[in-house]
Write a new protein. Structure first.
Length: 261
């Protein structure tokens, strides 16, 4: 069973986190109903479609970026720029995840009611008990963990393509060898899906690991108040996104530019 905790304030959120004995990775989403599935599932990108799309990216990305030799680093670059990969972004910081959960406009149901936001917490490393690692160890580079590691990559990114359809089945939690300053600022880490398209919450539940997940749930009133607290603490857009667009957004928001007095 997945524990669900309703959060009413920033202080309440911090207390809930600090009282938990287990270290967690976290992921913030703006809609409680969203499943923990990566882009390749949402876009139906599998089989030959996935291979062709990856090859297209590999053929053109050097027009905009220096060449990357490490396949896992290249795959995380693809994720970073919106390509529908098998990766799902997490953070080792519950504050970063909170920011993502509260960022942007609220989603609404058919009756116009705002949908709750959520921060997922997952016990660090527990997901790896389901696959070839057989232990609670997070590899710093999945390729060093096992020769089976490359079977989480689309075949064009493998050293030896082999059978294009062969993937590991269960997802795994990894730290990618990536030096992008945004990922560093967000204390980024990843889960990567194999051939099982189910959300991580469903996979963990069906394997008796539901207790290793927790959902921190925020209604829109709590979200609005906590967002104000984050801004007062100088946790802002450009701290998270590390680019000039977010710097401009922060200045516009703080100076209330475009807002009638």
């Amino acid at each position: 069973m997945i524990q669900e905790i309703r959060v009413t304030s920033f202080e309440n959120y911090v207390n809930e986190i600090t009282e938990r004995e287990k270290e967690m990775w976290s992921r913030g989403v703006t809609n409680k109903s969203f499943s923990l599935i990566p882009g390749f599932v949402r876009y139906g990108l599998g089989g030959d479609k996935e291979i062709s799309a990856v090859l297209d990216f590999m053929a053109a990305y050097q027009n905009y970026h220096t060449k990357i030799e490490n396949s896992f680093e290249l795959y995380s670059l693809m994720q970073h720029y919106g390509f529908p990969t098998r990766l799902l972004d997490w953070s080792t910081s519950m504050i970063v995840a909170l920011y993502f959960a509260l960022d942007g406009e609220a989603s609404h149901d058919r009756d116009g009611n705002s949908i709750d936001r959520v921060v997922w917490g997952m016990t660090t490393g527990m997901l790896n008990k389901l696959n070839f690692l057989k232990r609670r160890v997070i590899p710093t580079a999945i390729g060093k963990a096992s020769s089976a590691g490359e079977k989480y990559l689309p075949s064009p990114l493998r050293r030896e393509e082999g059978d294009n359809s062969k993937f590991e089945v269960k997802p795994i939690a990894v730290r990618m060898p990536f030096t992008n300053k945004r990922v560093h600022a967000q204390k980024g880490c990843f889960t990567i899906h194999g051939s099982d398209p189910q959300g991580i919450e469903d996979i963990m539940l069906s394997n008796g690991l539901g207790s290793e997940l927790v959902k921190f749930v925020f209604d829109e009133n709590a979200a609005t108040n906590i967002r104000k607290t984050l801004h007062k603490m100088e946790i802002n857009e450009d701290d998270i996104y590390q680019d000039l667009n977010s710097l401009s957004q922060r200045i516009v928001r703080k100076r209330k530019i475009g807002v009638e007095n």
